[in-house]
Design a binder for this molecule. Structure first.
Ligand code: AMP
Ligand code: ZN
Length: 130
């Protein structure tokens, strides 16, 4: 059983931010910023891509609720909401989860950088659309 399934089953303790029949949100142990939270489905899926679209949609509904709760009750100015999908993208726990990382200022201890590349956009588009 994966570590998040163990948490969901109550075998490993966690700090619960939100819970309903199908989803759980807990404080991330690392606390990259104050209030860093993980939202996950109670049903095990290795990652977002493995979820049926309707369940992925419900997950994002819960993310919206939890992010608003964090935004309202912590004095943050915004947040980064992200998912690492597969090891190549930095996923270390293979149970779908969404990171909500509250942001207080531009110098918070997190770095997300979008670099620019000169790919041919039409070629990219054709490949994606098949
Ligand atoms: P990722 O790298 O996207 O798979 O994120 C996994 C996250 O899970 C990391 O940010 C860890 O800090 C967090 N994590 C691992 N074990 C626990 C745990 N027992 N309770 C809370 N967070 C955890
Ligand atoms: Zn699991």
């Amino acid at each position: 059983m994966c570590i998040f399934c163990e948490i969901i089953d109550g075998n490993i303790p966690s700090k619960k931010v939100y819970e309903d029949d199908n989803f759980l949100a807990i404080l991330d142990l690392s606390q990259t910023t104050y209030g860093h939270t993980l939202v996950m489905p109670k049903k095990h899926y290795d990652n977002f891509l493995a979820m049926p679209a309707n369940e992925a949609g419900k997950l994002m509904e819960v993310v919206n609720i939890v992010a608003n709760k964090i935004y309202k009750n912590l004095d943050c100015k915004g947040c980064n909401i992200l998912m690492n999908t597969n090891e190549v993208a930095g996923q270390t726990v293979m149970h779908t989860h969404v990171h909500i990382i509250p942001r207080y200022n531009e110098n918070d201890s997190i770095e997300i950088k979008f670099t620019e590349n000169k790919f041919d956009l039409d070629e990219v588009l054709n490949k994606i659309n098949g």
